[in-house]
Write a protein that binds this ligand. Structure first.
Ligand SMILES: [Zn+2]
Length: 198
């Protein structure tokens, strides 16, 4: 059993601002190598996880659609593997805004079933192409061809009702989504069925 203290936590920025209100022209995508085949990317919005398998690259969240080109270009500086999988931590626009572009480029979008439900029923729904194609209701494991794995685990309503963390046991990395905020109190999105108890 690995100690939590040794786990590398991918810290996410909190931003639910609408893309329309933002100017992304000056945003630069940067990255940090965490292990041999796991990276985190920084830009605008929730941080992105990148895992590189033998034949494919896996993205966890994809920030905003206006940044997809820059994100893909940055991934290409790290790996020539195609982004075949996108895993969402929850439905907020700064985590799913690139889904449509990446799906149109051939990626399979995977998320908790409540992420899809909320994206489908939203008053301002993203296009169908952005919606998760594969959903799970509790947990799921993706097996990479390099012998490593990604474990998805839905957590009880916390930040939203679709929060998932993704854990790379062989790399000792966990991607928390907005379940974790660095240096400030967590944001509880009551409009997305997060639950406050007291
Ligand atoms: Zn969020």
């Amino acid at each position: 059993m690995k100690k939590l203290g040794n786990v590398i936590i991918i810290i996410l920025l909190a931003s639910t601002s609408l893309q329309a209100q933002r100017d992304f022209s000056t945003v630069e995508i940067t990255s940090e190598k965490l292990t041999d085949n796991v990276y985190t990317l920084f830009g605008a919005g929730g941080n992105i996880g990148l895992a590189i398998g033998e034949d494919a690259a896996y993205l966890i969240d994809d920030q905003f659609g206006s940044l997809t080109e820059k994100i893909v270009a940055h991934v290409k500086t790290i790996t020539d593997k195609p982004i075949n999988f996108v895993l969402n931590t929850h439905m907020h626009g700064d985590h799913t805004g690139g889904n449509e572009n990446l799906a149109n480029a051939g990626a399979l979008v995977i998320a908790h079933e409540n992420v899809r439900k909320r994206m489908v029923s939203s008053e301002e729904p993203q296009p169908k192409e952005a919606w998760p194609v594969v959903t799970f209701n509790d947990k799921m494991t993706l097996h990479l061809k390099n012998g490593k794995s990604v474990h998805a685990m839905h957590v009880n309503p916390a930040h939203t009702d679709g929060d998932t963390y993704y854990y790379f046991p062989e790399d000792n990395v966990i991607h928390m989504g907005d379940n974790f905020f660095s240096g400030r109190y967590p944001y509880i999105d009551l409009n997305s069925e997060a639950i406050l108890t007291g």
